[in-house]
Design a protein around this ligand. Structure first.
Ligand SMILES: *[C@@H]1O[C@H](CO)[C@@H](O)[C@H](O)[C@H]1NC(C)=O
Ligand SMILES: *[C@@H]1O[C@H](CO)[C@@H](O)[C@H](O)[C@H]1NC(C)=O
Ligand SMILES: *[C@@H]1O[C@H](CO)[C@@H](O)[C@H](O)[C@H]1NC(C)=O
Ligand SMILES: *[C@@H]1O[C@H](CO)[C@@H](O)[C@H](O)[C@H]1NC(C)=O
Ligand SMILES: *[C@@H]1O[C@H](CO)[C@@H](O)[C@H](O)[C@H]1NC(C)=O
Ligand SMILES: *[C@@H]1O[C@H](CO)[C@@H](O)[C@H](O)[C@H]1NC(C)=O
Length: 731
């Protein structure tokens, strides 16, 4: 690792000071240009390159040898920079003075397109500010098994929700002149044996479920897609002709570049000919200094195993993504990431006011699961004493960033572990957030000991209200936490959570349970009469305590919705983590709530569920079709939503399509949602437009998307199991 030259440092510091004194004007960013325009620039550039130069663009310089987690070789005459590729889907991993915001799973739980877009924008701004060319996010893989280790990085169990979240995130990031990377393509839905297993998926489910978010990413103009560690049907995802050339570049028309996951390349000619455009971080085995690309790729061209046209195509795709995002501008910042020596990184603050958005998103993604007797919101003026119980309410005693890549479960849980993380610049704990909001006149007693249930009960017994915290963590397989190799070993709460909650609830009849979790957990205590409310803030990031207080005290009316089903029992779920080489996706389309609907299994809390401090009614559902007019919109549904309670709030009406029986679909398929903010007593109309995208299924015999003819139903409701109005239309 070399120090930046003095002149670079000085320039960076100057830039840093000016960005401290004034917020960066949005006008410094340029809109991405079209692929056509980007290709003509890229083709002109690459035409001047030698074979070695083109290969260099496609080859990583090696693990821990460069400033970022991945860097490509630069080219001189013609000039092209070493591209900096940096994690993660939620912020800048290994970055100092960056924002550590809500996780992908929370972005999804907000069901808020505007907020998800803004999240993408600030992540893009921070990456740009650090001179990162490609950020390694969003993670878009649909949640298969509920305990899948990295599901929290992505957007939940429904492909439509994940697709919208993907699209908004990609557009947001790329509007800030940074290449977004949708990952991990495809079938990377568990951590166990991820480098040595094959996800075997039928073509229909592949298209309708697992591919869907990638299709939306391509529509949004995503610059890069990362192929996964695992195999698909017995061939590695990074050398899979069907998934890369046929589906991604063929059917979807992806114009950007495919980069390998770190160490996921397994060949030279086979990978390149199947559609891999860039190998990362370059090595064969991370850190070995060898490569399937580099001189091996040059040789493969010379001996005819790979055509030079294909290498030209790789370089053009990489350069085109760079031009598309306007990175040829002389304003594009110097790379100041020092991933493997953070202490050497020059001071370049990029946080701006992003913490405000993180707090808003933390509140917007908090799901109120239950709320009896209007226990919430709390009234700070009426409370005399509050008990705060559980290590999840407090700090990590060793320091908020003490565990590399957050690989431990100490203190409050605000993100999972692995490469999908960022360092916290600060962390407002739940206790701090609540304490600040309660003020000095309330007697606050707390314990962070999860195992001394007697002490917890003693505290709870004498308080007006007992807030009991617990969590469940997960992450990436290269770190093991409490015996969990990425995926969770079970669906129960960690650190004695169930016993702690039960002890507190036995002792206090106003018990509020708060769970920070990467995904669903079992709740054996759910029917305890003293548990008056269950609050589900997921993984809210650095502002966790403040955003929780915003919800608990009603400063923000909850509107978050579950992006996955919480089942009564683990065996109710459609898929488990597999420990065999072959991971057969025998559930087909029965993923998430589709499985619960088809098999009539009652969930504990359904997909899309979330309460508010007010009530909304749904009325006057009307459906119109737009047959045969060559219009994009084939049908649209309009419904009136009214806030009938006495406080302002937001509702998330969800539109589920029931296909004609001939299509063989699940009874309900999410195909629209909107977040509508309504003052108490006010109403509004919400319209859902359905195009061929929303109304097609994948016809396996025809190998294409088909809008079936027949009678469709549209079900509009407050969750997948709380349908308020239905109507039908015929196409
Ligand atoms: C910037 O980050 C470094 C490393 O985490 C930290 O020591 C420093 O205090 C931060 N500076 C500011 C102003 O937050
Ligand atoms: C992959 O395997 C599944 C069965 O496991 C099969 O249905 C599907 O057609 C295969 N995909 C391809 C592209 O052959
Ligand atoms: C080229 O690839 C082979 C494996 O196919 C590997 O053994 C060799 O070390 C590579 N050469 C270089 C220079 O990386
Ligand atoms: C589930 O895993 C967590 C974390 O490792 C552990 O604390 C808990 O005891 C486990 N639950 C059961 C029932 O084994
Ligand atoms: C990995 O797969 C092998 C079989 O190929 C199996 O024996 C082993 O238990 C699996 N390991 C994990 C962690 O799932
Ligand atoms: C919503 O309406 C139900 C039934 O009318 C009522 O019991 C409940 O208290 C209302 N909730 C709120 C938050 O107004």
């Amino acid at each position: 690792m070399h120090l930046p030259s003095l002149s670079t440092t000085a320039l960076v510091l100057l830039a840093a000071f000016s960005s401290v004194s004034q917020a960066r004007p949005r006008s410094q960013y340029t809109d991405p240009i079209s692929w056509e325009a980007a290709y003509s620039k890229a083709e002109a550039l690459v035409k001047k390159m030698s074979l070695e130069q083109k290969v260099g663009l496609a080859t990583g310089m090696g693990w821990e040898k460069t400033n970022c987690v991945g860097n490509t070789f630069a080219s001189t005459d013609p000039d092209f920079p070493s591209l900096c590729l940096e994690d993660s889907p939620l912020g800048i991993r290994f970055g100092n003075n960056v924002t550590a915001g809500v996780s992908g799973i929370n972005a999804a739980a907000s069901f808020d397109k505007e907020q998800i877009r803004k999240r993408g924008e600030y992540i893009g701004e921070e990456a740009y500010g650090k001179g990162v060319h490609a950020i390694l996010g969003p993670c878009v893989d649909v949640m298969r098994a509920p305990n899948a280790g990295r599901a929290w990085e992505a957007f939940g169990e429904d492909p439509y929700l994940a697709g919208i979240a993907t699209m908004e995130t990609v557009i947001g990031i790329q509007s800030r002149n940074v290449i977004a990377t949708a990952k991990h393509y495809i079938g990377n839905n568990q951590e166990a044996n991820r480098t040595a297993s094959s996800s075997n998926i039928g073509k229909r489910a592949l298209h309708e479920i697992w591919l869907w978010p990638y299709a939306r990413a391509v529509e949004a103009g995503v610059g890069s897609i990362m192929c996964a560690y695992n195999q698909y049907n017995g061939t590695y995802a990074c050398e899979n002709e069907y998934t890369l050339n046929t589906v991604l570049k063929g059917e979807l028309g992806f114009k950007g570049f495919v980069q390998s996951d770190w160490g996921a390349t397994h060949s030279t000619a086979a990978a390149v000919n199947a559609g891999l455009d860039m190998t990362m971080p370059g090595d064969i085995v991370m850190g070995d200094g060898l490569s399937y690309f580099g001189s091996n790729l040059t040789k493969a061209v010379e001996n005819g195993e790979v055509s030079e046209d294909r290498v030209t195509d790789m370089a053009v795709r990489i350069a085109a993504a760079w031009y598309k995002m306007g990175q040829d501008s002389e304003n594009f910042p110097e790379t100041t990431i020092r991933a493997f020596n953070q202490a050497e990184s020059p001071y370049v603050p990029v946080q701006d006011d992003h913490g405000i958005l993180v707090r808003q998103m933390g509140a917007a993604s908090t799901v109120l699961l239950t709320n009896k007797d209007k226990t919430l919101p709390l009234d700070a003026k009426k409370l005399k004493s509050v008990a705060i119980i559980g290590s999840d309410a407090g700090p990590n005693p060793d320091g908020m960033n003490s565990c590399p890549d957050r690989g431990c479960d100490k203190g409050t849980l605000a993100m999972g572990w692995g490469s999908g993380t960022a360092d916290f610049p600060y962390l407002i704990t739940p206790k701090e957030g609540i304490e600040k909001r309660l003020g000095k006149d309330v007697d606050i007693k707390y314990t962070y000991d999860d195992f001394d249930t007697d002490a917890a009960a003693e505290l709870a017994k004498v308080a007006d209200i007992a807030l009991v915290f617990s969590n469940a963590d997960a992450g990436e397989e290269y770190i093991t936490v409490d015996g969990n190799v990425g995926d969770r070993n079970n669906l129960t709460l960690w650190k004695n959570g169930d016993n702690l909650i039960k002890a507190v609830a036995d002792a206090n009849e106003n018990t509020v349970v708060v769970i920070h979790s990467v995904g669903p957990v079992l709740m054996p205590w759910v029917d305890h009469p003293n548990i008056k409310a269950i609050v589900w803030p997921g993984l809210p990031g650095q502002e966790t305590g403040n955003s929780l207080a915003d919800i608990l005290f009603g400063d923000v009316n909850p509107s978050g919705r579950l992006p996955y089903t919480i089942a009564k029992e683990e065996s109710d779920y459609p898929a488990k983590i597999s420990h065999t080489f072959d991971v057969d996706y025998t559930e087909g389309l029965q993923v998430g709530y589709r499985h619960f609907d088809i098999n009539n299994i009652e969930p504990l809390f359904p997909f899309g569920h979330g309460l508010s401090y007010t009530n909304f009614t749904y009325s006057k559902l009307k459906v119109k079709t737009n047959k045969g007019k060559g219009k994009d919109v084939l049908a649209s549904a309009t419904i009136t939503i009214k806030n009938t309670g006495d406080v302002d709030g937001a509702e998330i009406p969800q539109a589920y399509i029931e296909f004609p029986e001939s299509a063989g679909e699940a009874p309900k398929n999410l195909r629209g949602f909107e977040k509508v903010y309504l003052k108490a007593g006010k109403s509004t109309k919400v319209t859902f437009d359905f195009t061929a995208t929303e109304l097609s299924y994948w016809d396996e015999a025809e190998e294409k998307w088909v809008v079936p003819s027949g009678t469709f139903k549209v079900h509009v409701g407050a969750s997948s199991r709380d349908i308020r109005q239905s109507a039908s239309f015929t196409l």
